[in-house]
Write a protein that binds this ligand. Structure first.
Ligand SMILES: NC(=O)c1ccc[n+]([C@@H]2O[C@H](COP(=O)([O-])OP(=O)(O)OC[C@H]3O[C@@H](n4cnc5c(N)ncnc54)[C@H](OP(=O)(O)O)[C@@H]3O)[C@@H](O)[C@H]2O)c1
Length: 302
């Protein structure tokens, strides 16, 4: 499917690891508005340099006066993991509801959720009906719970305002803009131990930014009332496998530190995703090699 053109698109969290490349891809042919607090110096300028308009707003505040109501699409990528449940629920969940109400005339609301909403434990790939749980508690105490709360709000908003919505449960996004494997590369460079769950292997799904950008139009098309929920995931690969591959590419050893106090395997079932969004194209080893070449070419062997 082709990217939208000539539309007014509100993207929340435009400075995020995941959405920044989406802003870049869409701003060329659309009027893109990027909503964030822009808490770091230079962030608003970075977004505006891509051709988007920066809108300063804290979703927790509910003050949306600066946000146009007449947008065609909302792509909600903002997330906060402050560790304060009150604030994180206000921003990640209530804020999304207030935004949906404000932009209820949009033709679609795309909500980026996370594999973090699934119950942890075991190696069975999770389909969308699998039980939910608090699996990210070790790393980000408020994350799973506020992402689950946000999904409930999006489900309500879709029905309340007949706003076609899709909830995309993203696994491990990565690419030239970084991601978890890149943090692992930095840990390998610094000789820092990398926690892996003692119930090996720690399998997730790597989704390259080329693939998730290409799937945005399909996500928009999948938006419905009531909301559609779909896993958003690329090739299955484990931390053990991708750190070994990073080691082959760079010669840096990975010091894996097995523990039960970290996020365990969370592979996603991709049947519904393949039906709605199609197959992914970037194979994980190639995507990781490209990531290293883009971000740290000095580390590549040869
Ligand atoms: N990264 C991953 O590995 C991963 C995995 C699965 C799912 N996801 C999902 O992908 C999406 C993007 O994640 P990310 O990791 O790329 O995000 P990120 O890099 O942590 O960036 C978060 C974004 O949200 C904005 N933001 C934070 N608090 C806000 C608030 N109160 N009001 C308005 N904007 C706010 C931030 O800008 P300011 O701080 O300037 O406001 C920033 O643009 C999220 O929905 C996340 O749950 C990410």
């Amino acid at each position: 499917m082709r990217n939208p053109t000539g539309e007014k698109i509100l993207i929340t969290g435009p400075t995020s690891q995941v959405a920044f490349p989406i802003v870049r891809a869409l701003a060329a042919d659309n009027q893109v508005l990027g909503l964030a607090r822009f808490s770091k110096d230079g962030d608003a300028a970075r977004v505006e340099a891509l051709g988007a308009k920066a809108i300063r707003c804290d979703l927790a505040s509910g003050e949306l006066a600066e946000v146009p109501e007449d947008v065609d699409l909302v792509l909600n990528f903002a997330v906060v993991k402050s560790g304060d449940f009150d604030y994180d629920l206000a921003a990640n969940a209530e804020g999304v509801g207030l935004l949906m109400s404000h932009c209820r005339g949009a033709r679609a609301f795309v909500h980026c959720s996370s594999a973090a909403v699934y119950e942890g434990g075991g190696h069975e790939p999770r389909s969308e009906g699998a039980p939910l749980g608090d699996n990210h508690r070790f790393m980000f105490p408020t994350y799973s719970i506020t992402k689950i709360a946000a999904e409930a709000v999006v489900r309500l908003g879709a029905r309340q305002w007949s706003l076609p919505s899709v909830i995309a449960r993203l696994s491990v996004p990565y690419g030239d803009n970084g991601g978890w494997p890149w943090y692992h590369l930095m840990m390998m460079k610094g000789g820092v131990p990398i926690p892996v769950h003692s119930e090996a292997p720690s399998t997730f799904n790597l989704l390259h930014e080329d693939d998730y950008i290409a799937q945005i139009p399909d996500l928009v098309a999948a938006a419905s009332v009531p909301a559609t929920t779909v896993n958003w995931a690329g090739d299955a690969a484990s931390i053990e496998e991708w750190t070994a591959w990073l080691g082959e590419l760079t010669g840096l050893p990975a010091k894996l530190a097995p523990t039960s106090e970290t996020i365990g395997a969370l592979e996603l079932d991709r049947a519904r995703m393949h039906e709605l969004l199609g197959e992914t194209r970037v194979r994980w080893k190639d995507g990781i090699r490209r990531m290293v070449a883009a971000r740290n070419p000095e580390l590549l062997k040869g």
